[in-house]
Design a protein around this ligand. Structure first.
Ligand code: ATP
Ligand code: MG
Length: 696
């Protein structure tokens, strides 16, 4: 009789979800489709981890479980938790069943990463080169841009959409399975006049990708989706997995839902969890209808379990979140009730400007650390990556280490792109995007030379030896010869993966030192890249997984924390999904940020902004501070204009919501102690700025 120890700490509905289905006579576990839909912090992710443990304890092979999460980090965390739960339940000191989870639960990752792996495996059936390269969004936008120029759209009198917009429209259209016309009319009406030009551009884009044997992010889903439309392939792939579990289901898009459906048409072994109140990815074409309509997709309908108790936060934190959502016009009401009881009310902290905001965060963070709350149990969350700029400088000044999630990506740093470019090109000689970049690292080699060298490579059948036929300018001669040697060495199929990054670095070093003025500050990033490479079994896995889910940005300022060290977390709210911290500070809780200045217009976009604030608030376990600077920097300003505006109070902070908050004003620490003016009761205010303007 298998143990039930892993069920002990669960509440009734959690246990029901974990054990849903029944053990098979020999070993294994059968179940119909299951949906767990519940509010933040109610243990959805935890329940999923327990379900993995439960299945494995009943003899399901972890290698036959597919676990789909929103980030690679979340997948790793889930594997760790399931391992731990099983180990404790079975009282295993070492080895055994729990060890299997650690070793064999390898089908855990994002939809995109799993899609990539399946595509390589089935490439032969798709007329796809299994050595395709995955390109990130920045590279996709660059490719779009060069085609936009080639087709003459860049020179149009009326402005053709920018490269990022072109990519967004494309991405939205393919992920929603809508027509281009509908996509433009619904989401990008200001681009509707360019339908014909965009069609031409996208046609060229698709051809260029196929020629170079590269797949962009969307292709990973698109190809997977198409592969699943072929019944025999779908059946074959579905048969690899006895159970398919999906976290954060509210943020999946139509392609992802259809992929799942094709994997498990009758829903056998399929369990999805999510919270419609946390749907925050509609800008990436996520469709909240997926979760709302999940149960009815199946006959008989899927089992639905709801979880009511919140284990994460104290009640005053939930009171604010509940009130925020109670004011949403259209919703399925969910009231979050804390198991943990009462505590201090969250604060609404008014500060005069962004520097004071940074000052406030730094001093509060340090104050709590003095009181023994480590930095890593505190997090600063914000709407857009750039909102933490000033804070980052202040943290560096005060030597407070931090990591930033969802911000400037590590992979976007030019020197990282250079080095990865070498590896990408060696991996796929047809990847002209990478080749184009690498060639131009050499002195005296510009776009014209790069194009003609690539032309030679193509006519030479993509053998790197063909590059010898190109005569570079004198300044590049040595570098050119070494580059060819390097590419030939790296592309030798017999060459083992360890050591390859080092070889590429050796070649890159003189160019790196010539190209970057303060190259010393960038060296650490290259070290980190080399270090990371050791964690991957092959070059292809390294390049792909890094592209799909890059590591945290290493900011030059952050003092590079290692795992053992304590550091503060900075994160965009989008990247903070599913996480929790003791103390959470939310920056810029003013109109323009909540909701974002870009989300005005359509009511459904404003509601998504409300949910975003809800996600931010519900990350806090004990303390929550919403910070509202009176003077707020806007990103888009006319050239003549002031770069600051006086931010209005966030429209989400209505009178009712304000009643759940403790209002405080913070004046800054710079002037030292003593009674502040605000405390003295006399409200003094001088608009010096206005007076200075009046002088002229
Ligand atoms: P989110 O919607 O933010 O993703 P969630 O519903 O996935 O939240 P979890 O992250 O799984 O919630 O759980 C929140 C916290 O509650 C975690 O710290 C978890 O360990 C704890 N928790 C969950 N269930 C229980 C339980 N039955 N007993 C004690 N703690 C629990
Ligand atoms: Mg979760």
């Amino acid at each position: 009789m298998p143990t039930t120890a892993h069920l002990d700490k669960l509440n009734g509905p959690q246990r029901k979800a974990v054990t849903y289905g029944e053990p098979l006579p020999e070993k294994g576990y059968a179940s119909g489709p299951l949906l767990i839909v519940a509010g933040a912090g109610t243990g959805k992710t935890d329940t999923l981890a327990h379900r993995v443990a439960h299945l494995v304890i009943h003899g399901v092979d972890p290698a036959r479980i597919l676990l789909l999460t929103f980030t690679r980090r979340a997948a790793g965390e889930m594997r760790r938790r399931a391992h731990e739960i099983t180990k404790q339940a079975l009282n295993e000191a070492l080895g055994g069943v729990s060890q299997q989870i650690a070793q064999r639960l390898t089908w855990a990752g994002t939809f995109h990463a799993i899609g990539g792996r399946l595509l390589r495996h089935y490439a032969a059936h798709l007329q796809l080169d299994p050595h395709f390269t995955v390109i990130d969004r920045a590279d996709s936008a660059d490719l779009m841009d060069s085609l936009r120029q080639e087709l003459g759209f860049a020179a149009k009198e009326q402005r053709f959409p920018r490269k990022e917009t072109c990519l967004q429209v494309y991405s939205n259209r393919v992920n929603t399975c809508a027509s281009l016309k509908d996509t433009l009319e619904r989401h990008y009406p200001w681009c509707a006049q360019w339908e014909e030009g965009l069609t031409q551009l996208y046609r060229a884009y698709v051809q260029a990708k196929q020629r170079s044997r590269v797949l962009d992010y969307d292709d990973l889903l698109l190809y997977w989706h198409m592969m699943m439309q072929e019944p025999r392939l779908a059946q074959h792939i579905g048969a690899h997995f006895d159970h398919v579990l999906v976290d954060e289901y509210q943020d999946t898009n139509l392609l992802q839902a259809q992929i799942l459906h094709a994997l498990k048409p009758d829903g056998a072994g399929l369990a999805v969890v999510g919270d419609d109140a946390q749907a925050i990815y509609s800008f990436r074409a996520a469709a909240v209808e997926n979760i709302l309509g999940f149960a009815e997709r199946f006959k008989p309908r899927a089992e639905v379990v709801t979880l009511a108790q919140n284990y994460r936060s104290i009640q005053p934190v939930l009171d604010v979140a509940n009130m925020l959502m109670a004011e949403a016009p259209r919703q399925h009401r969910k009231y979050l009730l804390a198991v943990r009881g009462n505590g201090a009310r969250p604060r609404l902290v008014t500060v005069d400007e962004l520097l004071t905001q940074a000052d406030y965060v730094c001093s509060e963070v340090l104050r709590r650390r003095e009181a023994n709350l480590p930095l890593r149990r505190q997090a600063v969350l914000f709407r857009s990556a750039s909102h933490s700029d000033i804070l980052e400088v202040e943290l560096a000044k005060r030597k407070i280490p931090f990591v930033k999630y969802g911000g400037l990506r590590f992979l976007e740093a030019a020197h990282i792109k250079d080095l990865l470019g070498v590896l990408r090109w060696a991996d796929n000689p047809r990847n002209t995007l990478a080749g184009f970049r690498v060639i131009q690292l050499l002195p005296g080699m510009g776009p014209v030379n790069a194009r003609s060298a690539l032309g030679l490579l193509e006519s030479g059948g993509y053998s790197f030896a063909a590059l010898r036929g190109f005569t570079p300018p004198q300044s590049a001669e040595i570098g050119w010869r070494r580059l060819i040697e390097l590419l030939r060495a790296l592309s030798d199929p017999e060459r083992p993966w360890p050591g390859q990054v080092n070889m590429a670095r050796e070649w890159y070093r003189p160019h790196f030192e010539r190209l970057y003025e303060h190259f010393h500050t960038r060296l650490g990033d290259l070290d980190q890249l080399e270090h990371l490479s050791g964690q991957y079994a092959s070059r292809e896995r390294f390049i792909t997984e890094l592209t799909l889910d890059p590591p945290n940005a290493t900011s030059d300022l952050s003092g590079r924390p290692t795992l053992e060290e304590d550091y503060l977390v900075l994160s965009t709210i989008h990247s903070a999904k599913g996480m929790e911290w003791d103390t959470v500070y939310v920056l810029n809780v003013v109109d323009g940020s909540f909701p974002s200045e870009f989300a005005t217009g359509r009511p459904e976009l404003i509601e998504e902004e409300r949910r975003l604030l809800y996600v931010a608030m519900t990350r806090a376990q004990n303390e929550l501070a919403l910070i509202a600077p009176l003077k707020f920097h806007l990103t888009h300003q006319s050239r003549q204009g002031d770069s600051h505006v006086y931010g209005g109070r966030s429209r989400f902070l209505t009178e009712k919501v304000l009643k759940t908050l403790e209002a405080v004003a913070f004046q800054g620490t710079a002037l030292g102690s003593g009674e502040s003016l605000a405390d003295s009761g006399a409200a003094v205010s001088v608009d010096v700025g206005a007076r200075l303007r009046e002088m002229w």
